[in-house]
Design a protein around this ligand. Structure first.
Ligand code: ADP
Ligand code: ADP
Ligand code: ZN
Length: 230
């Protein structure tokens, strides 16, 4: 299966992705995680991306598109399928993804849109903590780890992302509304969009997403050889 997960910053894409990749044995492809890894590794791309990320701006399309195309063509994504998280975020990225998918001779099975009102997102993002080792997402109030400052999955140290401060978050929310939200209509037109209420308890959201994937005909079509239109 080849899926996208969309939604504003803080909607719970990363949190839901963790449960979904386990449930459907998919490869999790998160552009935000890939950039943070590049920053940690000190690569040229990481240094370039960090300047945009810290301000809450989007990394230029050509940088992101090249990185995603390379990742999707790798064997694990081809064999297991993937859940793309945080991409596309602009119309040119969505068009580039369509081209990449066509070139790889695969179909997108569905686009999950996690819907959360803007007024909830600031508190979610400023209270977010991330595992330095595995990237798992926690919240100091809404989803605290069992032991303060430590990841439940791997014991790694939890930290606060440098872009999860009020100024960068506020900019990211504006960028989302102007550049990414229009993609909802793009995927409605393609009959791929599954809208999920993300303003509910984490496990309830996960159950609804899984049910939507299993019950929607073009998503539950696990046989990728069939066209997604049927
Ligand atoms: P995204 O990847 O969409 O930016 P995350 O999955 O990192 O979002 O979640 C953002 C923050 O909100 C995290 O601190 C996470 O623990 C918390 N969170 C995720 N889903 C929910 C939810 N349904 N209710 C309350 N808090 C949530
Ligand atoms: P969030 O959890 O807030 O949705 P991500 O971890 O997905 O954020 O992304 C963090 C930052 O990485 C973004 O604010 C942006 O600067 C950059 N980034 C991630 N994905 C993309 C993309 N598809 N296009 C441009 N920039 C991106
Ligand atoms: Zn961890």
């Amino acid at each position: 299966m080849k899926l996208l997960i969309m939604g504003p910053p803080g909607a719970g894409k990363g949190t839901q992705a963790e449960g979904l990749v386990k449930e459907f044995s998919l490869v999790h492809v998160s552009t935000g995680d890939m950039f943070r890894e590049a920053i940690k590794a000190g690569t040229e791309m990481g240094k370039r991306a960090k300047e945009y990320m810290d301000k809450g701006e989007l990394v230029p399309d050509e940088v992101v598109v090249g990185m995603v195309n390379e990742r999707l063509s790798q064997d694990d994504c081809q064999e297991k399928g993937f859940l793309l998280d945080g991409f596309p975020r602009t119309l040119p990225q969505a068009i580039a993804l369509d081209e990449a998918i066509e070139a790889l001779k695969i179909n997108l099975n569905g686009v999950i849109n996690i819907d959360v009102p803007r007024e909830r997102l600031m508190a979610r993002l400023t209270g977010r903590r991330i595992c330095r080792n595995c990237g798992s997402s926690y919240h100091i109030l809404f989803n605290p780890p069992q032991q303060e400052g430590k990841c439940d999955n791997c014991g790694g140290e939890l930290y606060q992302r440098s872009d999860d401060n009020e100024e960068a978050v506020s900019n990211r929310l504006d960028v989302y509304e102007n550049q990414t939200q229009p993609l909802i209509e793009y995927y409605i037109q393609k009959k791929l969009l599954k809208n999920i209420n993300g303003d509910q308890e984490i496990n309830k959201v996960l159950t609804e997403v899984i049910t939507s994937i299993k019950t929607t005909s073009n998503i539950s079509d696990y046989d990728d050889s069939l066209p997604s239109c049927c």
